[in-house]
Design a protein around this ligand. Structure first.
Ligand code: CUA
Length: 323
């Protein structure tokens, strides 16, 4: 090959690689990592992308060079030269991809093994999925239940899943959060009518703030004051994700407005306490006009203790009368 040809091949390769690298780097393809595991996944992603950019530049430059350099003249009707095999090239184009694919395989295996490693002092959260809500139980923190996933920063967390009904999906099973803030938790498997509303938040807190929250919740749930205890049950079970209740500061409109419970009870022809209890334990017994059936979880009768259920009913009665 002449020196001029090599120079033009190289030039084309640099142009193709430069453009591709600019596209890869200039646009924010990935969200900012918020966990140690995400850092490793991002590293793996960029490791593969860099290899892809180099290969793309190589192929693009050879292709562009061939199109420009070996173009047939308009009046050239002759056949191209017959070429048969090239042992040297064949060895290289087998060897290089083999090395690259093996390297990607090894790096992936290391990243996956490290991302799955819980370490010695991990923190367990039991995740319960049901149509159409998440609840999170903390066996290491007073066996608390919460409708939002609260996590202490810097702790290795194991998430253990159970579904009460159909298949739901969650993205991660082990995570070590490293950034404070709120993150979306969404169901990623089409699981029925309320799939789109099956979402909540993950809140990463400092370990001290997490302990403070856990202790306060544990106290609130067992409080003899039903407003405090019922309010905690309301918050911890994610009721505010779907319902408006002024007293609880929630304004969601997926389900009926709980400020209007007395009106609903009247329409249903029932006394308020019985109506509220039935609506929690057997939500399909009476469906408020304009709302679909089967969206409200039907499992609170089993998941709430009698004490929690009584407190929640009391809390809803007193809050809705105020509202
Ligand atoms: Cu649960 Cu989609």
């Amino acid at each position: 090959m002449r020196r001029g040809s090599i120079a033009s091949l190289l030039g084309l390769g640099i142009v193709a690689g430069g453009i591709t690298a600019a596209v890869a780097l200039a646009l924010p393809w990935l969200p900012k990592p918020a966990s140690n595991e995400a850092d490793r996944i991002d590293f793996l992603f960029w490791f593969v992308i860099v290899i892809c950019i180099v290969i793309f530049a190589l192929v693009a430059s050879v292709l562009a060079y061939s199109i420009l350099r070996f173009r047939a003249a308009p009046d050239d009707e002759s056949d191209g030269p017959s070429i048969h095999g090239h042992t040297g090239l064949e060895i290289w184009w087998t060897l290089i991809p083999t090395i690259l694919v093996t390297a990607i395989g090894i790096v992936s295996a290391i990243v996956l093994a490290r991302d799955d490693n819980l370490g010695k002092h991990y923190f367990r959260v039991n995740v319960t999925a049901q149509q159409f809500a998440w609840s999170f139980t903390y066996p290491d923190s007073h066996n608390l239940t919460s409708g939002t996933l609260r996590l202490p920063r810097g702790r290795s967390v194991e998430l253990v899943f159970t579904s009460k009904d159909v298949i739901h999906s969650f993205w991660v099973s082990h995570i070590t959060p490293k950034r404070l803030g709120k993150f979306d938790v969404i169901c990623t498997e089409l699981c029925g009518l309320g799939h789109a509303v099956m979402r909540t938040e993950a809140i990463v807190m400092t370990p001290a703030a997490f302990d403070k929250w856990a202790n306060a919740q544990a106290q609130a749930v067992t409080s003899p004051n039903t407003t405090v205890a019922g309010g905690a049950v309301f918050k911890n079970n994610g009721c505010g994700a779907c319902h408006t209740l002024t007293a609880a500061g929630s304004s969601a409109t997926v389900g009926p407005n709980l400020d209007k419970l007395p009106t609903y009870a009247q329409t249903a022809g029932k006394a308020l306490p019985g109506f509220v209890r039935q609506s929690i334990v057997d939500p399909n017994a009476y469906i408020a006009p304009g709302y679909p059936k089967n969206v409200m979880p039907q499992t609170f009768g089993q998941s709430l203790s009698k004490q929690q259920l009584d407190a929640l009913v009391q809390y809803l009665i007193s809050s809705s009368k105020k509202g």
